[in-house]
Design a protein around this ligand. Structure first.
Ligand SMILES: [Zn+2]
Length: 803
């Protein structure tokens, strides 16, 4: 009877095994571009004497400028199905390109290709197969087209069956020794790991399955060994403790990936990892607190508890004795095998590799700065005049659409709005952030690298270096956490300033003990009160509106907005209620801090300039924060406010004039480096007037404007914010503000925006025919204007776009 039960269990297990492999098979979208690790390549060219000579050892298969005839010889390291797509789009080649493909010296394909025509060759590749691609170009051209490869290693093959076989043998052994539950448990962990691999990397191969199988076999054997040892000693609790902690250790990384994935509905990306490395522990904790759904965390704690109970309950089950030497042999064999396949644990490797990359970049940034400091790398920067003072305030997570001064319906900026009446306070409306995380943003904002010049931040000059070189006294005042020089690139940068004043050294998750931003006013006053003929640039890095919002302002004085939000005013945003209130309170407080800084500067006589901008914004209306993995254009909506002293305007009228001229042009904040050099009137070759807002040469064509470090075009269709502005401009220019009527304007908030935008009419109900945030708005509008129903053009004010 017992044997029968066992057999049923074993059969059920085998059924699960096949079922899960079938699931893996269906989810395995393994097509990927050939990776360097999957093949070797050697490129040859035909010499004048008609002999093949080595041309270049390079795995880049895309176009190369070479002579008329070349061949690449590829040797594969993996078996797979290979899809080779040949094409070339160059219109100036009238002639065709001849391709010939040989696999292991046998011709498998030959074709002639013309521009804009694609050719695909499919072939099966076994390990160590040699593929020769010969290319001949007719007539005078040095271009041989583009080759895209997709590579799909076979899934259900001998290897996969072998893995299933291994699991069957291993689990039968466990069933036989009455450790059947361990078979289920270790397979469940295996399944979870593979599931997370697919979830994150969308693909799978035999090596990965094998590596994880060996790992689980090793783990299970170790558990068995522990049981054997501690049974003799009768110390069940210790064995339980060891087994359970080992299990947590084993599953921690996959579980973290899984939580991230469920939570953000996005796989953990390289940039997200960077953002995590770059932020300090405090910020990371706040981030988790705000953006990780506690339900998921509790769910996983629940799963662990359940597994714990299962292990604990089965501890005393009567089971067969297993030879300890045999178990040691298993542990050793399986752990060696899994270690040999360690490169297939992509989840862990991904984190380790990116961390290494990140550290290398940071080291390089530091080293290059050190070299320049001792003069090993030379550059020049000079400034002729003296006694000038500049303040650059870098805000945090502030969305300009929540600032009263930028037209928000709540007066969140009473001080700055009052100061705006002073004619010299300049508001820019079309400046956006280059990324959505602090460090990536500032890595371009404060160095010569930007999205357009293809430089890397880590070997680029920083603005501080330029200023130091020009003998300008540099100050870095910060309320953001700096623990040491090596935190991230901002701390490297901050420590390169002549004087660093960091208020926030506390290594603690308790935010309430930290100081509010106004604490920076005291050191600022001290600096400004020092009599000096030196030029001074003071950078002030605020904590601003970073989450957790409630920790950013003194509760007693600045809890201005506390009432429940009225849906008639705030629409859908009303549901996030107190969070939005707290965010708005941070802005009121920020207004007090920023205006106080400005007042200090204004009290000073002489040439001075004040700039305030935020690193990036938060998408507060949807309560999305500023995570790159939930990117919306709202996250780039930063304020940019500037002020110039009368003496500055008198001394540099042209710069001031240009700045005024350019103030509403599209500008991504990665170009601030050049703008600062321009505004501070520093002479250096390490400057490009094209990126300088105070230069006549400044000119960014909207269609070239980039965001997310060049990964997106700012004017893409999804950016309804940009198109809404453009379309309103168009309506105004063509006197169409009365013809087109925004409809469904049902909340006070939207009415406010509609009026702010310059519309004279709006209606509550109606069926919209056009969307204001639509990229093709103008074309669609002109069709409507020609139609008979032109007096009924109704408009969605806000795009119905949802991230
Ligand atoms: Zn930030």
């Amino acid at each position: 009877m017992l044997k029968f039960k066992l057999m049923i269990k074993a059969l059920f297990f085998i059924f699960l095994l096949f079922l899960s492999f079938y699931i893996f098979h269906n989810h395995n979208k393994n097509f990927h571009t050939l990776k360097k690790s999957e093949f070797d390549v050697q490129i040859y060219k035909l010499s004048a004497k008609n002999r093949w000579i080595e041309y270049k050892k390079d795995s880049n298969l895309s176009s190369k400028r070479v002579n008329k005839q070349i061949k690449s010889v590829l040797r594969f390291k993996k078996s797979a199905k290979l899809y080779l797509n040949f094409s070339f789009i160059k219109k100036d080649i009238n002639s065709s390109i001849e391709y010939i493909l040989l696999k292991n010296n046998r011709q498998i394909d030959k074709f002639s290709l013309r521009a804009n025509i694609k050719h695909q060759t499919q072939l099966s590749i076994n390990r160590d197969d040699i593929l020769e691609i010969g290319v001949t170009i007719n007539k005078n051209s040095s271009y041989w087209g583009t080759l895209n490869s997709s590579f799909n290693p076979y899934f259900f093959n001998l290897h996969t069956i072998l893995i299933i076989g291994l699991w069957i043998i291993f689990s039968l052994f466990l069933f036989y020794t009455n450790y059947g539950y361990l078979a289920f448990l270790s397979y469940a962990i295996f399944y979870m790991m593979i599931y997370v691999e697919i979830l994150n990397f969308k693909s799978l191969n035999v090596e990965i399955l094998l590596a994880y199988s060996f790992l689980l076999f090793a783990w299970t054997s170790f558990v068995l060994w522990i049981y054997q040892v501690f049974r003799k000693l009768k110390r069940f609790k210790i064995s339980f403790f060891i087994v359970f902690s080992l299990l947590v250790l084993l599953t921690l990384v996959p579980i973290l990936f899984m939580i991230y994935n469920f939570n953000f509905e996005h796989s953990l990306s390289k940039e997200a990892l960077y953002a995590i490395f770059q932020s300090n522990s405090n910020e990371a904790f706040e981030y988790i607190e705000k953006f990780i759904n506690w339900v998921y965390l509790l769910l996983f704690v629940g799963i662990y508890l359940l597994i714990g109970v299962i292990i604990y309950k089965h501890e005393n089950v009567k089971s067969a004795k297993i030879n300890s030497f045999f178990l040691c042999f298993l542990i050793l064999t399986f752990s060696t095998l899994s270690y040999k396949n360690y490169q297939n644990f992509r989840l862990v490797n991904f984190i380790v590799d990116e961390f290494e990359n990140y550290t290398k970049e940071l080291e390089l940034f530091y080293e290059t700065q050190s070299k320049r400091k001792i003069g090993a790398l030379k550059f020049k920067a000079t400034k002729t005049s003296i006694g000038e003072t500049y303040i650059v305030v870098i805000g945090e997570s502030l969305n300009k659409n929540h600032m009263g001064i930028y037209g928000y319906l709540r007066d969140t900026t009473p001080y700055l709005s009052k100061m705006k009446k002073d004619k010299n306070l300049i508001l820019s409306h079309n400046i956006y952030s280059n990324h959505t995380h602090t460090v990536p943003v500032l890595s371009l904002t404060l160095t010569q690298a930007n999205q357009y010049n293809h430089k890397n931040y880590f070997d680029s000059l920083s603005i501080i270096e330029i200023l130091n070189k020009a003998h300008i006294a540099t100050y870095w005042l910060t309320n953001q956490n700096i623990y040491g020089e090596w935190d991230n690139m901002i701390s490297v940068l901050a420590t390169s300033a002549k004087k660093l004043i960091a208020l926030n050294h506390t290594i603690s998750c308790n935010v309430s003990t930290q100081q509010y931003d106004e604490a920076l006013l005291k050191p600022l006053k001290e600096i400004l009160s020092q009599k000096t003929s030196k030029n001074r640039v003071i950078f002030i890095h605020l904590m601003g509106s970073h989450s957790v919002y409630g920790s950013r302002y003194p509760k007693d004085k600045f809890s201005i907005f506390t009432q429940d939000l009225n849906p008639n005013v705030f629409g859908k945003s009303a549901s996030i209620n107190q969070e939005l209130n707290r965010y708005d309170n941070t802005i009121v407080y920020n207004d007090y801090v920023v205006s106080s800084i400005l007042k200090e500067l204004q009290a000073l006589k002489g040439v001075s300039t004040f700039l305030y901008l935020s690193d990036h914004a938060d998408d507060i209306d949807r309560d999305l924060g500023h995570s790159k993995d939930r990117f919306t254009y709202e996250m780039t909506e930063i304020p940019f406010i500037s002020w110039f002293s009368k003496a500055y305007i008198k001394k540099y009228p042209q710069k001031y004039h240009n700045f005024l001229n350019n103030k509403d042009k599209l500008f991504s904040n990665d170009m601030l480096y050049d703008t600062l050099i321009g505004l501070f009137n520093i002479e250096t070759k390490e400057y490009n007037a094209k990126y300088d807002l105070s230069s006549k040469a400044y000119n960014l064509n909207p269609k070239d404007a980039l965001v997310m470090h060049g990964k997106r075009h700012y004017t893409e269709g999804r950016n309804y914010i940009y198109w809404q502005k453009e379309n309103i401009k168009y309506l105004k220019e063509h006197n169409l503000m009365d013809t087109v009527i925004p409809c469904n304007i049902s909340t006070l908030g939207t009415i406010h925006q509609v009026v702010e935008s310059g519309f004279t009419h709006y209606i509550n109900k109606g069926k919209a025919t056009l969307s204001l945030g639509d990229m093709a708005f103008k074309e669609k509008l002109s069709k409507h204007l020609k139609s008979e129903e032109k007096d009924k053009i109704l408009l969605y004010y806000k795009s119905d776009f949802n991230p």
